[in-house]
Ligand binder design. Sequence first.
Ligand SMILES: [Zn+2]
Length: 307
Amino acid sequence: MVSVIGHERQRRLLARRPAQSLLFVGPEGVGRRTVARWFAYGLNCERGFPPCGVCASCRVEHHPDLFEVAPRTLTKAGQVARRPQIHLDQIAPRAGSGEESLIAWLQTAPRYRAKVGVVDSAHLLGEQAANALLKMLEEPPAYAYLILIAPSREAVLPTLASRSLTVGFGPLPENELQRLGGDPAALRYSEGAVGRLKAALADPAGLAEAESAAREWLRALAGDTAGLLGQTEVLRKLAEGPFDPWLFVARELESWPPAPRRAALEALLAAREELEAYVAADLVYTRLALTLRRLYAGLRSRSTVSR
Ligand SMILES: [Zn+2]
């Protein structure tokens, strides 16, 4: 059984089974994967939508009619992949591959009523894997549903997007999130994402620590004595933790005057995009620190002039 918070409109649409191939788009952590699981339980529930929570199918913890594929983050040799990707053998059956593929799994009848295959981070499908998936999207078995999960429709190959019904997910309003717990720091950090809120509620001390470390990092850049390399290291450690340091830094910038704040936010955004495009993290952090330091210098001369 899956419990979902919010997304009522999307769930009403899904309960009508609008298409066999769906593309869930929206920011990270707002609940796209959870709704995909909810959909699988609803399709298989004896009483239909919303899933009743008591029938045989609803009581299964790991549903046998739900299959999720996600990008591989490790190479075959066990190293961290330079570029995580969904590979062909995860999608289509291939001789010699020990792993069950999505398509092979979809070709056998469901245990209950309907099978749901979820492709998490569909924008990271390799070309061959995407082509194999395309064939399945064109002629799925009658009992099969496919859900592609991606940040936006544009991020996915047009051939895949055009064969799927796009369902958009946005941040949740605060009153919906408050049902999980009313801690103001955690709610502020969540910015409407259930996933982020849960992480914050699970570790309030870690959240406070990450927030003050991010603030320190930014302030250290204002001082001429701060070694840039040390600052890069601080940011890297922060980014590897469970909390997103970008959000803390962006909040800290709220007290800046509009023009440098806009420039700083643009630098933050650019850094995030570079990281998502797998530009070397150290380079991105160093460049960001240099830009922010330059902006800090501007802030100082500005306040000198106005004095
Ligand atoms: Zn049920």
